[in-house]
Design a protein around this ligand. Structure first.
Ligand SMILES: Nc1ncnc2c1ncn2[C@@H]1O[C@H](COP(=O)(O)OP(=O)(O)OP(=O)(O)O)[C@@H](O)[C@H]1O
Ligand SMILES: [Mg+2]
Length: 258
């Protein structure tokens, strides 16, 4: 369990997080909110990259102020919003192998981890490429693979599908589902409301550094989303227009409509 209590944080004296409380376990939790609302800043507290000015963050009971990022990264994997600058190995294989190697994994098991992680994001066959030669979307997927290969208990994905084509997005969605089934918790930061509808089990809405809403996906989509620069998914617009109420997929809508 990750527990955030009364978290305050400031950049250069400007208060960015103003008392955030959050509990996050083994589910898929969507963290949404307009640009600049503090989502990434909050996420960086969950693996200790940033330390609270006031309040605290506990990862399975570990206070992030008393543990290093290296220690915390065994539990919390963080895929950055813009991962271009995080690669430093010569090949894709070595890049993905770096994390598990640091955990002491070698030989067959290491190969297996790397293969599994690359396959999960649809990058099999890219092993010998240099990370810098990849396209934007491929880099995004490589960044996800690097974190997956560590098999952290909690995963933070900051805009994991921005810039991905339909096929790559599907493979990321499948991966998130698999992780959930395997008992990992996934914190999904996204502006893509279709993704929230498709995947999330709970939603937290951040606005001006405060938690404005926390609840089920159904309750979330009853909010006036335009006020928060967010949009209702087309599927729900359609369902509303047809008087069908809340549905999570086209199949469900068809069923409701008979
Ligand atoms: N290193 C920094 N130094 C100073 N201010 C920063 C820094 N990083 C972020 N901020 C500011 O903190 C606020 C919150 O930024 P944050 O990146 O957490 O927003 P976000 O909700 O992730 O937005 P987006 O949807 O655009 O990714 C913004 O006003 C941003 O300009
Ligand atoms: Mg952000």
């Amino acid at each position: 369990m990750i527990v955030v209590e009364g978290l305050h944080f400031s950049y250069d004296g400007r208060e960015i997080l103003r008392g955030v409380d959050l509990t996050f376990g083994g589910e898929i939790l969507a963290l949404v909110g307009p640009n600049g609302s503090g989502k990434t800043t909050l996420a960086k507290h969950l693996n200790g990259l940033l330390k609270p000015v006031r309040g605290r963050v506990l990862v399975d009971g570990m206070d992030t102020r008393r543990h290093t990022v290296a220690e915390l990264s065994r539990k919390v994997g963080y895929v950055f919003q813009n991962p271009e600058h995080m690669f430093f190995e010569e090949t894709v294989f070595d890049e993905v192998a770096f994390g598990p190697k640091n955990l002491g994994i070698r030989g067959e098991e290491l190969e297996e981890r790397v293969r599994w992680a690359l396959q999960a994001v649809g990058l099999e066959g890219f092993e010998e490429r240099t990370p810098y030669s990849l396209s934007g979307g491929e880099k995004q997927r490589l960044a996800i693979a690097c974190v997956l290969a560590m098999k952290p208990k909690y995963l933070i994905l900051d805009e994991p599908t921005s810039g991905l084509d339909g096929k790559a997005e599907k493979s990321v969605v499948r991966t998130i589902r698999t992780l959930r089934e395997e008992g990992h918790g996934v914190l999904l930061i996204t502006h893509d409301m279709d993704l929230v509808l498709e995947l999330a089990e709970r939603v937290v809405l951040l606005f001006n550094g405060r938690e404005l809403f926390e609840g089920s996906v159904e309750e979330f989509f009853e909010l006036e989303l335009e006020e928060y620069s967010l949009e209702l998914p087309e599927l729900l617009e359609l369902a509303k227009g047809l008087g069908a109420g809340f549905v999570r997929s086209v199949e469900e809508l068809m069923e409701v409509l008979g």
